[in-house]
Design a protein around this ligand. Structure first.
Ligand code: AMP
Length: 562
């Protein structure tokens, strides 16, 4: 049966990607014919549904433009001001890579779209729903996928985590139980994963801190008392029985100086580790590989609260080479060319034509675009905020690499430093720590403009390669890391530094656990743990306070970069 499901899935992907143009046109026609009469669209289309008119009249928008409509719906107005189909609730986007969480209308049709993606997602942690003033529920897209009845039914076949542990609203209890049951059923586990790499890492670190307690639970067959959630306790009663042999075995495995390759040791039948490793998650790849012990890391999909976008058809390729193949039935996609003056590899002709969005089938390999989506859920020519680069085609559907989030660059003056720029500079600088036996486990940035000229602050959380000690690296090397970062940043940054328009870059080393506290803060504000993405640049005062309270050392670049 599974082989049949797999073959049917492949066939479907072939059909979809071979007929991309037709599917996109039909989808747009359908969306417009149903929604042209909404208050929002009728302003631009006057009831018409023609594609050319849509392209000419409907403006390209971002969340701020639609927010007044979405807020009106959340506050109780009828949803047909924006979309024809009745809405069943909202998705909350994580908002952690850009700013505040955003609300996205949800309709019944999302269940069908989720179906395709469902089996490609894995998540150990859920976030409870919140209610908007209208009484409609707001939930994260991952929660919605897992709550779908189809997924619920398949869960016991796919995961060692009982459904009660996945839907447990207490995240620590949920994580503890899912890991514990994963250990108890270790011989059946063929994959370890979550939606994003950062969540997988968080789970592994949690395991590093809790394995002794888990072993004692396994030995006695009794779940720890602090797990009070009744669903988790019920699930435990059918899975747990005293098993001292297994407890001793796991204790032996975990009780070692280095956790290198621990996933493979704990789950010997695992074939791969799943979790998005592209975009802002790239920085977690190295640390995750440390635990993987050679198991491949698989980034299976590219999706957002706005729309499911693409899947990775070559799951075993290196994380740095991952491209996602767009599925043309998920949304009507347009691609807005973006100019990237610093990178010659991105070819741009210099005329206005280039700035018009192009259709899915007309993108050009090697070019970068900002993604726009039009959906039956009230988003029309909506900027998702992601920049992607086309790497090729699968049949007539493009394959794209994730480049960066738009508008999350750090900047203290006219210069613009992107996520990708920061990542490159951090990668160059952290190499200096390698010979000293330190790894950079987390980083983020902050534009400190409290005194002029402003300067870049990098928060670094470090760890010794072997063991979990907290010794500090040599201050001289840290100062050198500051300089190396500056030298690795782009031309404009360096010119500004030389002219003292930007002050010396600073690295603030924070104690271990500080970034975990940062994540807890965002989760407490409503971000789903499974969707959490560490911000590349800190904008909130509270978040800054959390990072600053963990600082153990401050280092500055000694001179302008060459
Ligand atoms: P959310 O709105 O919280 O669901 O987050 C969606 C955002 O996460 C997307 O717009 C991307 O910026 C990011 N994202 C999702 N999937 C990937 C991926 N495979 N690679 C890189 N970034 C991703």
């Amino acid at each position: 049966m599974e082989a049949k499901w797999y073959e049917e899935g492949l066939k479907m992907i072939e059909e979809l990607t071979s007929n991309a143009e037709q599917i996109q046109d039909d989808l747009l026609k359908d969306i417009l014919s149903r929604n042209a009469g909404t208050q929002y669209l009728s302003r631009f289309l006057h009831g018409q549904t023609d594609k050319q008119l849509f392209k000419k009249n409907v403006p390209i928008v971002s969340y701020e433009d639609l927010k007044p409509y979405i807020d009106r719906i959340a506050n109780g107005e009828t949803s047909d001001i924006l979309l024809a189909e009745p809405i069943t609730g909202f998705f909350m986007s994580s908002g952690t890579s850009g700013g505040q969480p955003k609300l996205m209308p949800v309709t019944a049709d999302i269940a069908n779209k989720n179906e395709l993606f469902r089996t490609l997602c894995e998540s150990p942690v859920m976030k409870p729903e919140i209610e908007t003033p209208s009484g409609l529920k707001a939930t994260s897209v991952t929660t919605s996928i897992y709550k779908g009845s189809g997924f619920r039914a398949m869960l016991p076949k796919l995961y060692t985590s009982p459904v009660e542990t996945i839907f447990c609203p207490e995240t620590q209890q949920s994580l503890y139980c899912q890991l514990l049951f994963g250990l108890i059923q270790r011989d059946e586990v063929v994959m370890i994963g979550s939606t994003f790499a950062s969540t997988v890492l968080r789970a592994l670190k949690f395991l590093e801190n809790h394995w002794q307690e888990m072993c004692s639970d396994i030995k006695t067959g009794q779940l720890s008392q602090w797990i009070t959630n009744s669903g988790c306790r019920n699930a435990a009663s059918s899975i747990m029985k005293p098993n001292p042999v297994l407890a001793d075995l796991i204790e032996d495995i975990c009780n070692c100086k280095s956790w290198k390759g621990m996933i493979r040791k704990l789950w010997p039948k695992a074939k791969y580790v799943s979790g998005v490793c592209t975009g802002v998650m790239k920085q977690y790849t190295e640390e995750l590989e440390f635990y993987c012990g050679g198991l491949p890391l698989v980034s299976s999909l590219y999706a957002s609260s706005e729309a499911h976008c693409g899947i990775n058809l070559e799951p075993l390729c290196k994380p740095s080479d991952v491209s996602y193949t767009f599925l043309p039935n998920m949304a009507y996609f347009e691609f807005l060319p973006v100019r990237n003056d610093r990178d010659n590899s991105i070819k741009m002709r210099n005329n206005n034509e280039d700035l018009e969005p192009v259709d899915l089938v007309n993108v050009k390999p090697g070019h970068c675009y900002e993604l726009l989506v039009t959906t039956s859920r009230g988003l029309y020519r909506y900027k998702v905020g992601d920049v992607i680069m086309v790497t090729g085609f699968h049949n007539s559907s493009p394959q794209c690499q994730f480049v960066e989030r738009q508008n999350v660059a750090i900047s203290v003056d006219q210069e613009k430093t992107s996520e990708a720029d920061l990542f490159k500079a951090v990668t160059e600088a952290k190499a200096l720590l390698d010979p000293l036996g330190f790894v950079l486990t987390e980083y983020t940035s902050y534009a400190d403009t409290s005194s002029a000229p402003g300067h870049y602050v990098l928060f670094w959380e470090l760890k010794e390669k072997e063991g979990n000690h907290c010794t500090e690296p040599d201050p001289k090397i840290m100062v050198e890391c500051c300089l190396r970062m500056e030298e690795s940043l782009h031309y404009t940054y360096k010119i500004y530094r030389k002219n003292n328009i930007i002050a010396p870059l600073e690295i603030r080393v924070v104690k271990q656990g500080t970034f975990e506290a940062l994540m807890d803060y965002y989760v407490s504000k409503g971000t789903s743990l499974s969707q959490y993405k560490r911000p590349s640049c800190i904008k909130s005062k509270e978040a800054l306070k959390i990072l600053d309270s963990g600082v153990t050392g401050k280092f500055f670049s000694p001179k302008p970069p060459l």
